[in-house]
Design a binder for this molecule. Structure first.
Ligand code: AMP
Ligand code: TRP
Length: 336
């Protein structure tokens, strides 16, 4: 029997250059699995990049670069829909209805809000209201497409949980409108840690880039960063994320890059040096084709523009009926 294909949605924020964490936690699975087995949309979620201090010209550059990198990593516009969030009005349009579904307490509990608002205050910047409401916009991203699966890194678990809660609440109050989504995470490397600070996530916008591998780093830069990774005191190579976070992070990265299990790899090393060398080479080889393809695509911005234009058109067509249904369900009078 012909079964309906599931729907996948995920996105990446253009707040900085894409990292190895983005690739292993999210993008690689979109390329290898999700775009083949489901009806999938992948978005450069630029509206989300406005929640913290930003520079308009840099945001434009990073948005184009992120889109180019998604294609370079292997997203195929013949298989999936790639587009820029702000090109499709339905996200913002649905977000307001979900703001009328969520409570402020629910949003103040979000871990990322707590962490980032402290950081913004410490930097002397105001906390933008959108930093608080951001998970509602993310819920709108997901729910507007009747999404089943949301492939993300571990850090997005709580946000996808909120999208589920809002879908269930809205459906219960106003009648069935939204598909209830679920998050999926990779088996290994769902949370890649900073090489200089293995207690924090490898994030795009750390001030100091020496613990972050960027997808476009030159091979020698990648090698240097991995070889200088902070390891733990002790010399034995064991896989223990709590007690030996630095070594465990290297094992996770090597495992993800070579399709092996981190605990099994640990048994094959007796020194940190060899582990670092192999990890560095595995990452260089993993990223090589992405860098090469990015250089080709960056030379042809007309192609990327065309993909984004067609992607936005397709996305609009998918989101529009769902959002219209939500407007009716909540009691807004349809325009005659
Ligand atoms: P962001 O860069 O925050 O927009 O994240 C885009 C995607 O990459 C999301 O699915 C994140 O969960 C994932 N991601 C970001 N950083 C990491 C990391 N250090 N480890 C694993 N996944 C990550
Ligand atoms: N909030 C996500 C992040 O920071 C990015 C994102 C926005 C997203 N909207 C989404 C991810 C919808 C999955 C689905 O990584």
């Amino acid at each position: 029997m012909d079964q309906k294909r599931s729907r996948t949605f995920s996105g990446v924020k253009p707040t900085g250059h894409l990292t190895l964490g983005n690739y292993l936690g999210a993008v690689r699975r979109w390329v290898e699995a999700d775009q083949h087995r489901s009806d999938a949309l992948f978005s450069v979620v630029d509206l989300h990049a406005l929640t913290v201090e930003h520079d308009p010209a840099r945001l434009r550059r990073l948005s184009r670069q992120a889109a180019t990198l998604l294609l370079a990593a292997g997203l195929d516009p013949a298989l999936c829909t790639v587009y820029v969030q702000s090109h499709v009005d339905e996200h913002a349009r649905l977000s307001y209805l979900l703001e009328c579904t969520a409570t402020d307490g629910e949003l103040r509990r979000m871990i990322q809000y707590k962490e980032k608002s402290v950081r913004a205050r410490a930097a002397g910047d105001g906390v933008r209201l959108s930093l608080l409401t951001y998970p509602v916009l993310m819920a709108a991203d997901i729910l507007a497409y009747a999404t089943d699966d949301v492939p993300v890194g571990e850090d997005q678990r709580q946000h996808v949980e909120l999208a589920r809660d809002l879908a269930l609440r809205f459906n219960q109050r106003y009648g069935h409108t939204f598909t209830v989504p679920r998050a999926t995470h990779p088996a290994v490397a769902a949370r890649v840690m900073d090489l200089q600070d293995p207690m924090s996530k490898m994030g795009k916008s750390h001030e100091n880039g020496s613990g972050i591998v960027y997808l476009l780093d030159e091979p020698d830069v990648v090698r240097k960063k991995v070889m200088r990774a902070v390891t733990d005191s002790g010399t034995e190579v064991v896989y223990d994320r709590e007690a030996r976070p630095g070594v465990a992070n290297l094992l996770d990265i090597l495992a993800a890059a070579t399709d092996r299990a981190p605990a099994e790899l640990a048994g094959e090393y007796s020194a940190y040096g060899a582990l670092k060398r192999d990890t560095a080479e595995a990452v260089v080889e993993l990223l090589r084709p992405v860098r090469e393809r990015h250089a080709e695509l960056a030379a042809d911005p007309g192609y990327v523009d065309r993909v984004l234009r067609e992607g936005a058109e397709r996305a609009r067509g998918m989101a529009r009926p769902v959002v219209d249904r939500a407007y009716r369900a909540i009691g807004l009078l349809p325009a005659a």
